[in-house]
Ligand binder design. Structure first.
Ligand code: GDP
Ligand code: MG
Length: 174
């Protein structure tokens, strides 16, 4: 089976859990320690995407770029977006201001890659009572934009919806 490679970016404010989501997806691990990302880190993960048209599925190598979205890095971040076919824009449900920046991060990314697809991850869902989560998800839908595939409530700690965000994107990239 042939393998194709696609670049995707994780983008969002400092501390929302970008590095943790990637680590959970790629290495199935989580740590409470903060491992500061210096510059940009690229991880790889091979996924098999099956569709009704491809019976054996298609191997897809995801090249996952971990990019900081704080003001300090904003200008640099745009350079890292070049050639990206998709992005996961991440906010933290325990820090409302990071959720309010999601719209801006989407525009920053789409300005460089107008035809790319985006999934929104509202992370750290394990820290909020479940009755509030659906409300939060409804507030941050962004589905008025065709490039936005979906919004997920995620947790890098429990693994809630972590595979789903990457698989939703991967499926569109085939
Ligand atoms: P980044 O700056 O966006 O890369 O954020 P990190 O992945 O480094 O995470 C920042 C902090 O939040 C770390 O202490 C992580 O352990 C913690 N963290 C990340 N994701 C989650 C999560 O889903 N649940 C909980 N409880 N903590 C998380
Ligand atoms: Mg990081």
């Amino acid at each position: 089976m042939s393998t194709i490679s696609k670049k995707i970016c994780l983008f969002g404010d400092f501390g929302v859990g970008k590095t943790s989501l990637i680590r959970k997806f790629v290495e199935c691990q989580f740590s409470d320690e903060y491992l500061s990302t210096v510059g940009v880190k690229i991880s790889r993960k091979l996924v098999n995407v099956s569709t009704k048209y491809l019976h054996d599925g298609q191997n897809l190598q995801l090249l996952i770029w971990d990019i900081e979205g704080s003001n300090k890095f904003k200008a640099v971040a745009q350079n890292y977006f070049q050639g990206s076919k998709g992005a996961v824009i991440v906010g933290d449900v325990t820090q409302p201001e990071t959720l309010n920046h999601i719209g801006e991060h989407i525009q920053t990314f789409l300005a460089v890659n107008p035809k790319s697809y985006i999934v929104v991850a509202l992370n750290k869902s394990d820290m909020i009572a479940s009755e509030y989560l659906e409300n939060i998800r409804e507030m941050y839908q962004f589905t008025n934009q065709i490039n936005i595939l979906d919004t997920y409530i995620t947790s890098a700690k429990t693994g809630n919806n972590v595979d789903e965000i990457f698989r939703t994107l991967a499926h569109r990239l085939i």
